[in-house]
Design a protein around this ligand. Structure first.
Ligand SMILES: O=C(CO)[C@@H](O)[C@H](O)COP(=O)(O)O
Length: 217
């Protein structure tokens, strides 16, 4: 029985025909839609912003998993809630007052998730983990789709899973970057609960089948 969730990232979708790709996701076994907001400061790229997500919330029934790759994400908590996010992911590296941001995300009615860059140790979550609905481990350096999976991420997932079990928590582990059938399987075996996949889904000939295969791992 597979319990893991699949969250395709629309960073690799066809922006000229986004409605079609979102409708495809709606007809697939995708559990969430992953949305990457980039500011050109926290990461060396700019993607899309709130007006795009706001439009999408009306054409999909899938929960929106919003990943803010921006500095000062605390400025946008209410805006992220307004555009219909189910989960709001903020980077550990971008938050000076992380505990306060998490409280505000929950107060705004969203699930709260903290994202770690590949170089950021999970030990830094020791005193905040019990407040989190999810931890998003980046398995590439954030900013671009289609990058190579960083293998050390598998060890990070196992160690984080151990930390969660030891503390008797139900925090989910999401992983993002370079995920395909091979890396996805290894991540699930290591304890990942949610797999984000962009390039692997959208560059495949049959994205619905690809999502089904990821879901069946
Ligand atoms: O956050 C990011 C990139 O910063 C990701 O969500 C990518 O959009 C998905 O990665 P690939 O599956 O294409 O490697």
């Amino acid at each position: 029985m597979n319990h893991h969730l699949i969250a395709p990232s629309i960073l690799s979708a066809n922006f000229l025909d986004l409605r079609k790709d979102v409708e495809m996701l709606d007809n697939s076994e995708a559990d969430w839609i992953h949305l990457d907001i980039m500011d050109g400061v926290f990461v060396p790229n700019i993607s899309f912003g709130f007006p795009v997500i706001n439009s999408l919330q009306y054409i999909t029934d899938k929960p929106l998993d919003v990943h803010l790759m921006i500095v000062q994400p605390e400025k946008f908590v209410l805006e992220v809630a307004r555009v219909g996010a189910y989960v709001m992911n903020v980077h550990y590296e971008a938050c000076v007052h992380l505990h306060r941001v998490i409280e505000e995300i929950k107060k705004a009615g969203m699930k709260a998730a903290v994202t770690l860059n590949p170089h950021t140790p999970i030990a830094l979550l020791e005193d905040i983990l019990h407040e989190l609905d999810m931890v998003l481990l980046m398995s590439v350096n954030p900013g671009f789709g289609g990058q190579h999976f960083i293998d050390h991420s598998i060890k990070k997932v196992s160690a984080l899973k151990e930390m969660i079990v030891k503390k008797n928590l139900s925090t989910l582990i999401e992983v993002d970057g370079g995920i395909n059938l091979e890396t996805g399987k290894r991540l699930i075996n290591a304890g990942a609960d949610v797999l984000v996949a962009g390039n692997f889904v959208f560059s495949s000939e049959n994205p619905i089948e690809t999502i089904h295969r990821l879901k069946s791992l």
